[in-house]
Design a protein around this ligand. Sequence first.
Ligand code: 5GP
Length: 189
Amino acid sequence: MKLLEDKILKEGKVLAGDILKVDGFLNHRLDTALITELGKDIAEKFASSGASLILTVESSGISIAFAAGQAMSLPVLVAKKHKSLNISDGVYTAPVFSFTHKTENTLVVSREYLSSSDKVLIVDDFLASGNAAMGLLSIVEQAGAQAVGFVAAVEKAHQGGRALIEKKGVKVYSLACIKEMRAGEIILD
Ligand code: 5GP
């Protein structure tokens, strides 16, 4: 999506550890007009998917998932990230290693809000190595629900997450795809 690609090229900053900083528009200060457009683009792409629910993970995925949910008139379910494994009954859980924080978290979703009748569109801010995606897909599987797609606002193609998701038969869509990046240089796919 050109709008997002242009914004990344203009304002994105490459940090050490293969991290793209998009704090000025995507996950610290939110560019509401841009994120609204991301939501519309996702809605258009998945218009015929039959999705009944959007699933994301706190906190950076929420704004994009909300924009997509609003454009598709769908509810958004936000997986919580817990540090401890001491978690109550009535929930689906999945361990996830955080790429940015280098810590292990547990994703938690209440069984009350996700069932086998759901068709789930997963939306997150980034797709890197695919850990977060695998955790969210595990939760969808535990519920016996169907994943109709995985959307990332930004995919870092060189980190290989896409192949893991596609191996599970789930369609992947990213609004901007980075082929390579290094300090001062971002190359889009
Ligand atoms: P993965 O689990 O695919 O390795 O990484 C995805 C998660 O890590 C996303 O939910 C995102 O919050 C975070 N993440 C991964 N790479 C980046 C990055 O380059 N920049 C930022 N801001 N977050 C990232």
